[in-house]
Design a protein around this ligand. Sequence first.
Ligand SMILES: [Zn+2]
Ligand SMILES: [Zn+2]
Length: 184
Amino acid sequence: MTRRLLPSQAVGFANEYNSAAMPEALKQHVEACYQRAEQHFQRRFARPEISIKLRGQKAGVAHLTENKLRFNWVLYQANQHDFLAQTVAHEVAHMIAHQLYGLRIQPHGPEWQSIMREVFKRPATRCHHYAITRTPRTHYLYQCGCAEPMPFTGQRHQRVRRGAGYLCRRCKQKLIFSGETRQQ
Ligand SMILES: [Zn+2]
Ligand SMILES: [Zn+2]
């Protein structure tokens, strides 16, 4: 079950994705985009299901056939103004383009671009420009004959623990876990 928080209360719980409530402003901007599109094209568009639980580096994702929009709550909190102005329009434009033209168009092709420019009066930029803060990951330091240890990802380290072996490309010696880790 989702705990409902007011947007003001939700600030500061960036790691508790499950308690992130749908911000009212975000919902309203999505709706405003749909109303503008309906006015422009003089037809109805089915409203999407909206989720705020997208994780990782993307600000938003449009699931066209499921008519579902997923937004990234952490990035929303960090870039609210730009998010509402640009990301919401970007993703809604995908949905509108899909309902108008179906699956035969390119995602960021001329149809999508013209909806961005002519309907939403926004630049038709493909990528969001938010500074992405990476969550540091644990790397496992492996030693060979070289001076510098070689960092292994957790996945690769697990493979070694299950019996896989790796040789250093430079010195051709076997890479052995040093017992040390590094956050990077
Ligand atoms: Zn896109
Ligand atoms: Zn080596």
